[in-house]
Design a protein around this ligand. Sequence first.
Ligand SMILES: [Zn+2]
Length: 419
Amino acid sequence: MSFARLTTSVCFALAAIGAVSAQSTIVDPVPPAQPTGAPAAPAPGGNGAAGYPNMPTVFPPIDQTVMIPDNLLQHPLVAEGMRKVQAAVPASLLNLPVAKYVGTPTPEYPGGAAAAAANCYWPAGQCVRDVAAQGYNADVSKCPNQNDWGITYDDGPTVAPTGQFDTEDIRTALTDLNNAKATFFVCGTNAIAFPDELKKSFDAGHEIAVHTWTHHPLTSLTNQQIVAEILYTEAQIYKVIGRKPRFFRPPYGDIDDRVRAVASALGYTAIIWTAPRDTEDTTAQGADGVNKILNTARSWFQAQPGFISLEHDISTTTSEIAVKLLQSIKAAGPGFPLKIMPVGTCLGTSAYADGLAPAPNTTTLPAATTTAVPAPRTQSPPTATTAPRTGASGEKSLAVSIQPGAWVGALVMGVLAVL
Ligand SMILES: [Zn+2]
């Protein structure tokens, strides 16, 4: 069957050893080969395990090329999650067939187009459930109010070597944009690798949401695996910021009623981007590619129904695009017709299970002069090694150099041990 073209963004596995940058390339997942996961990284200031039942002491590997190991699926965290799922979700949804993994982004959906439509499979025509039903919450795919722009970044947090763009640069550009806030959908692999970055984003007032641990298309996973993907990421986020998110975004938009229901039973609402507002930033190649993406996104600068955009802080190229787009918004000055805000703010609801109030909507551009566009953290162009590239299979892969900060890790024999 033919599905709509999808954003082929990926989170990445990372390797960081002392001052030596390493490369890691996404490849097709393989069956779990490692019986153990990564020891839990120290929390940099969150609540740690306090207040979070069944907090794991071992987390899945910081490697998205392997599935969450079987032994970690047996943890009480996952068992309790499965109990909630089975109590809340009708069997008719829980028993929908699992799609066949054939590489990213889109699995082979069982039953073809008819089943995809019946089960509201997003990649098939961008189907969303606008209304809740027995077993699942309604999806969110837009901001309800005219001219509201819910701005989101997926796959981070990332820390790039000096001279390259990363999550910190996006935060700086948001701050320069009249202290604007955004929603970051983070991968567990990067949340455990860069807990300080995660904490800084939260402390700066940005929303933190779940984007799974291994970034697999969720319809290709069992119910138990989906629970583990969400809850290990949630647990790591809780350790760092002391909050439990209630927004999640399925990688590649790969969601159907089964995935929707499993996530809903865990307290989550699926946040999909508004289909025409995908920057497709992960496809950018070179300076021309960056400019092409930016020109498309600048065409959005007009009064319109509220929407949610999709960008990434996964690579230096996507982060560069994000920074330059924010600078373009600032340069537009007080006549800019849209209001930048995180998803919770545009919905008027908390991004967290404990009800923490969303950021106030204060992002309308000031009337002050805006001719001085702030320089990025560096003037150096991104290096070729950090640009997205297309693998032989046509599947997008990334080679990313990582420079550790206070946190240091080591990737040894496929298992990254957090020191
Ligand atoms: Zn993603």
